[in-house]
Design a protein around this ligand. Structure first.
Ligand code: FPP
Length: 252
């Protein structure tokens, strides 16, 4: 029975590809609006984050279905520590909860979990949960589910600059060698192509210190829908809109 499963999975994927070939390979999402969603319902803000977590799983499923290669989700920024402690504590517990509920499905869907950001400064229990998920999924070669956790675009550039300067100091590089490829390879996203599409929910139209270097030529998609109300249909719509765009990268 174990032998039959990949056969069925392949067949289903092929059907979806007919409609959605040429999909963006790397989609980044700013999952905004959890707090407002909860407020509208008279619930505490953390209820919005909890609901937001279930939407993460739904969008992962859709990303697998549409053959997206990398999904980078802004889960916690370097600035989010300014929030009230109970909210921060709740957010820091979500990776464990997410793993507990969804890791079996991640395995079934061949999803690999990774993170970008200042990992060492996370609470020990958060790091433990994430390391467990990374370890469990490390040999999966389907969708890369990349959580930006304690991530800031400026912090990313600073740490990338420091690595580059160290390479110069050690004599591995000369100042003249420094180019876009070297900087890219020293960022948290080393080895991952830049996002093709950025989606931001909740009606805000700004980058909020997300992937500042990597988004240089990314197509942007904004929706007024709050993250807990985001769904497969809206995700598909963003992908279809992207497919209509002409990317020129500064050329004509
Ligand atoms: C922004 O909305 C959202 C966040 C800071 C947290 C996003 C986290 C999730 C969706 C869950 C992630 C799941 C895992 C497994 C890590 P906001 O709180 O700023 O909303 P508001 O602007 O309406 O206040």
């Amino acid at each position: 029975m174990v032998i039959r499963l990949p056969f069925f999975r392949k067949k289903r994927k092929k059907l979806e590809r007919i409609e959605l070939d040429n999909t963006p390979e790397h989609i980044a999402i700013i999952m905004d609006g959890n707090g407002r969603w909860a407020k509208k319902k008279g619930l505490p803000r953390i209820a919005g984050h909890k609901e937001g977590m279930t939407v993460v799983q739904k969008i992962v499923r859709s990303a697998v279905k549409y053959d997206v290669k990398v999904l980078t989700l802004y889960a916690f920024s370097t600035e989010n520590w300014k929030r009230p402690k109970p909210e921060v504590d709740f957010l820091m517990r979500l990776p464990k909860e997410f793993s507990h509920i969804y890791l079996p499905e991640m395995m079934e869907n061949n999803v690999r979990i990774d993170t970008i950001g200042d990992f060492d400064s996370l609470p020990t229990h958060t790091k433990k949960a994430i390391n467990h998920a990374k370890e469990k999924t490390k040999n999966n070669d389907g969708l890369l589910l990349n959580f930006a956790l304690n991530y800031g675009g400026r912090y990313d550039i600073i740490q990338g600059m420091k690595k580059t300067l160290k390479q110069i100091e050690n004599g591995e590089l000369s100042v003249e060698d420094v180019d876009e490829e070297i900087i890219s390879n020293n960022l948290f996203t080393a080895g991952i192509n830049d996002p093709d599409l950025l989606i931001r929910t909740s009606g805000e139209e700004r980058l909020s210190n997300f992937l500042l270097w990597q988004l240089a030529y990314t197509e942007l998609s904004f929706t007024d829908v709050l993250w807990p109300d985001f769904n497969e249909e809206l995700f598909k719509k963003a992908i279809l809109d992207y497919k209509k765009r002409k990317r020129r990268y500064g050329g004509i």
